[in-house]
Design a protein around this ligand. Structure first.
Ligand code: GLU
Length: 429
């Protein structure tokens, strides 16, 4: 039998792990600091639209199975909705809602003309063939097609989706509107309207955000030990780029386990091993640890680049770094924020640190609409400019309000969206 206090503790923990609550808690602090009017407060903390679709798919066995998919559009004040689509067994509406809101704030921070959305399909992509994934992607696209469009809502990759998924979305949409519409989705293969530099963009943005934060702390990349949680499109690319900049990457992980070498990993060799074996385990030049041990390793910078709810009230007091740079969305719970802040650990928040991906998605959308494609140098230098000024804007907002960078990032983001809302509102004076 569970006691009353155990139930209360469990409820508190469930709230801690509800990403939409985590978003709302930070939003509320920022809204109060800005003196946001109560009506606008309600508008900006409520998603504009939530669509749930059933996706019947024929499995390779011939059996028919129905999957469930979501698309949540959080806010369109600043422009069409933008945001990725994830495929995972634990996708749920509160998560998709939070991720959609984070997209609104992220686009606002890097000052690109989009609102926020997110999509997800409950499925286990590891159990599905490529043909099944294609049918699922096409079925999902048809299910949400009424609310998509280059001027309405533009999806992109997220967890367990990639450029192939985006090509199928582009094709399905184009067939139904009877014209090739490359700007319907970003993160596509370059040969069908993708942007140079998009695949690396989130990792590159993480590297730039980390460098700017280190400057503030008076640290140099050459003297900095980094632990990277995750080795996918954000963690793997981020680790590689940081390795090239001279950082010592002392640990990387995948969903099965963690590599650790206090003298620094040979990141290209680790990634080559991962590519060949599909997992990090078995890489020789490092210890192999349990994932629960990774976040507690001694380092200067911790880059959580895997998933939500990793730094929590249960481990935030044991983390041993000076700086956290959030590559994933929502890796730190709101309860952990205050523990890290009390301990003087600086957090470069997700909606700033991982905004490089959507920034180059914006470049892709612009290039598709213009039909004119940029060099990788141009993409990277424009990304660099945007990330550096976004960092400075967040930092300035945090300083002005005497707040952490987390709260500073929400203050900046919410203020920009609120200003546009007021300008477009019929009640504006
Ligand atoms: N899924 C990525 C994110 O969370 C990219 C979104 C996009 O490019 O639209 O930021």
């Amino acid at each position: 039998m569970t006691t009353g206090s155990a139930v209360a503790a469990e409820a508190a923990q469930q709230d801690e792990f509800n990403p939409f609550e985590a978003m709302r808690l930070r939003f509320d602090v920022a809204a109060t600091a800005l003196g946001l009017e109560p009506g606008l407060r309600q508008v900006l903390s409520t998603p504009d639209r939530e669509l749930t679709v059933a996706i019947p798919i024929e499995r390779d066995s011939g059996a028919l199975e129905v999957f469930k998919g979501y698309r949540v559009q959080h806010n369109t004040s600043r422009g069409p909705c933008k945001g990725g689509i994830r495929f995972a067994p634990d996708v749920n509406l509160n998560e998709v809602r939070a991720l959609a809101a984070w997209m609104t704030w992220k686009c606002s921070i890097v000052n690109i003309p989009f609102g926020g959305a997110k999509g997800g399909v409950i499925c286990d992509p590891r159990d599905m063939s490529r043909a099944e994934l294609e049918r699922l992607t096409r079925g999902y696209t048809l299910g949400i097609m009424d609310i998509l469009g280059p001027d309405r809502d533009v999806p992109a990759p997220d967890m367990n989706t990639d450029e192939n998924t985006m090509a199928w979305i582009m094709d399905t949409y184009s067939m139904h509107v009877r014209r090739t519409t490359t700007a319907i989705v970003t993160g596509k293969p370059i040969s069908i309207g993708g942007s140079r530099g998009r695949r690396e963009a989130t990792g590159r943005g993480v590297m730039i955000a980390c460098r700017e934060a280190l400057k503030k702390l008076g640290l140099r990349p050459e003297d900095t030990r980094v632990v990277v949680q995750g080795s996918g499109n954000v963690g793997g690319v981020g680790a590689m780029l940081m390795h090239r900049e001279g950082y010592s990457i002392v640990s990387m992980s995948d969903m099965y386990g963690t590599l650790h070498n206090a003298n620094g990993l040979d990141v290209p060799a680790v990634l080559a091993h991962l590519q060949e074996k599909r997992r990090l385990e078995g890489y020789g030049e490092a210890d192999y640890l349990k994932n629960s041990e990774q976040l507690l390793l001694d380092c200067d910078v911790l880059v959580p680049a895997a998933t939500e709810n990793q730094i929590t009230s249960a481990n935030a007091d044991k983390i041993r770094c000076k700086l956290v740079v959030e590559g994933a969305n929502g890796p730190t719970t709101a309860a952990a924020d205050s523990i890290l802040e009390d301990r003087g650990i600086v957090v470069v928040p997700d909606i700033l640190a991982n905004a490089g991906g959507v920034t180059v998605s914006y470049f892709e959308w612009v290039q598709d609409r213009a039909g004119y494609f940029w060099t990788e140098e141009i993409v990277n230098s424009r990304l660099e400019q945007i990330m550096v000024s976004a960092f400075q804007d967040v930092d300035a907002a945090a300083e002005k309000h005497g707040a952490s960078m987390r709260i500073g990032s929400y203050i900046l983001a919410v203020d920009r969206v609120a200003q546009v809302y007021r300008l477009r509102s019929q009640h504006a004076s």
